[in-house]
Design a protein around this ligand. Structure first.
Ligand code: HMG
Ligand code: MG
Length: 284
């Protein structure tokens, strides 16, 4: 049995796109339940501009309210130094910086070119290193961009290498709009693996077209052992038209278990968290 880790994204990627402003207490309850499920890492919230993502405006309140379980890393997204300082004050266990493999999505999500966004992220990574806070990196639109079309694998490898050079301990590869196919994921990974070993990569696949599990299988075959997912299949990115949720944690865990991989998760707790996640978004 090989160990495969699921990095839980529900409270951040899952909820950031919800129209109803979810009270902080409900987000805290979800994180507290997830803390009992056996995850090593949970992405709790993001310290981004509240003008851009109003749902995450309560990031500090959520971070202050959660009950931290020993051995769990509570991660947050930080797009710039302002976000980093707030994340540090909130005692984030780790931070994540994010860049795009396409110019169109970079402009839509970060109001900057790829080069400008990397310049803005470098001081975040440097400050985190000085403070001893681990930094994870994301590359978005790794196979398909809603604005620019298919993404060349070499563009993904370039941005992944830039994030590695800044000191990211792991790079998560985002199929932001869930249009990747096993073949395009494989071609993308082939290029990225020229820059980084599989132990430093994670797959972050949205399930818009229902291919996320097949894309995970293609990634397992390339040696990846970490996948991002969200309980209840929550989510979508506000700046990626048509993006559906992250692949559901419960589906990934069951799929991995059937293939003989061990995630170390308590499926009873996961089922309760998935139900809670669905009720947060007003589903029956
Ligand atoms: P901007 O408008 O160019 O920046 O946005 P600005 O510096 O001019 O700031 C505008 C206002 O926001 C100012 O306020 C700033 O102070 C404030 P004002 O002076 O007008 O009152 N501000 C902030 N407030 C709180 N925290 C901050 C912060 N920064 C600025 N950190 C910016 C540039 C990067 C800030 C903006 O574009 C932004 O916040 N973007 C984030 C968008 C986002 O969160 N997208 C979703 C997450 S990424 C994702 O989902 C993909 C992923 O899941 C992987 C995948 O699926 O591919 C990770
Ligand atoms: Mg995402």
């Amino acid at each position: 049995m090989t160990r495969v880790e699921i990095f839980e994204m529900g409270p951040r990627d899952g909820l950031q796109n919800e129209k109803r402003l979810i009270p902080a207490a409900e987000k805290i309850a979800l994180v507290d339940l997830l803390s009992q499920a056996g995850f090593r890492r949970i992405e709790v919230t993001s310290f981004v501009s509240p003008k851009w993502v109003p749902q995450m405006a309560d990031a500090a309140e959520v971070m202050a309210g959660i009950r931290r379980a020993p051995g769990v890393s509570y991660a947050v997204l930080t797009p710039n130094m302002k976000g980093y300082e707030a994340a540090k004050a909130a005692r984030a266990s780790e931070v994540a910086i994010f860049a795009s493999a396409s110019e169109g999505f970079s402009r839509a999500n970060l109001n900057a070119s790829i080069a400008e966004s990397l310049e803005r992220l470098a001081p975040v990574a440097e400050a985190a290193r000085a403070d001893g806070i681990p930094v994870r990196g994301y590359v978005s639109v790794v196979t398909d961009c809603p604005f620019d079309g298919p993404t060349p694998p070499s563009a993904v490898a370039r941005v992944a290498a830039a994030l590695r050079d800044m000191g990211c301990y792991e790079i998560s590869l985002g199929d932001t709009i869930g249009q990747g196919r096993p073949e395009t994921i494989d071609a993308m990974l082939a290029a990225v693996l020229d820059e980084l070993p599989p132990e430093r990569l994670a797959g972050h696949y949205h399930d818009t077209a229902g291919r996320a599990l097949a894309n995970i299988d293609a990634s397992l075959a390339r040696g990846l052992r970490v996948f991002d997912a969200a309980v209840g299949g929550l989510g979508g990115c506000p700046y990626a038209p048509g993006a559906a949720g992250n692949v559901a944690t419960e589906a990934v865990a069951a799929h991995l278990a059937a293939a003989g991989h061990d995630t170390g998760l308590d499926m009873g707790v996961i089922a309760r968290a998935a139900a809670m996640a669905r009720s947060l978004r007003g589903e029956p």
